[in-house]
Design a protein. Structure first.
Length: 106
C-alpha cells in the first residue's frame, strides 16, 4: 500500500488570477498565474521552458494579499517543475523565487 505523499510546501499559496509577464530564453511574454506564495510561483505558459533554467517575472499583488494597496513585484527565480497535460496545450511551470524587488507605481 502506497503512503500518502508528504506536503513539501512551506508557505501558504494564494490562488490568483492576475496578469504576469515572464522573461525566459531572451523573450518576454504573458502567462496565466495559477498561484503564488512567499517562496514560489506557478503559472501556465504557452512556450517551452526547461527545468532548472533561470526566469524572471513581474506581477501585481492585489490588496487582498498585501493588505494595503496593489504592489508590483519583479522577481528572479529558477524553474523547478514543468508539467504538460492541459487541454489548451499550455504548460504548468513552477518556479522558486530567488530574488524580488518592489517596483514604483507606474
Amino acid at each position: 500500500m502506497a503512503e500518502p505523499q508528504q506536503e513539501k510546501r512551506g508557505a501558504r499559496r494564494f490562488p490568483l488570477r492576475v496578469p504576469v509577464s515572464v522573461d525566459h530564453d531572451n523573450a518576454t511574454g504573458p502567462a496565466q498565474l495559477r498561484d503564488v506564495s512567499a517562496r514560489g510561483i506557478c503559472f501556465y505558459l504557452e512556450s517551452e521552458v526547461a527545468q532548472g533554467s533561470q526566469i524572471g517575472f513581474t506581477l501585481t499583488l492585489p490588496p487582498e494579499i498585501t493588505l494595503t494597496e496593489s504592489i508590483r513585484v519583479q522577481c528572479k527565480g529558477r524553474v523547478v517543475r514543468v508539467e504538460n497535460g492541459r487541454a489548451d496545450g499550455k504548460l504548468a511551470v513552477a518556479a522558486v523565487i530567488e530574488e524580488y524587488e518592489f517596483l514604483p507605481e507606474a
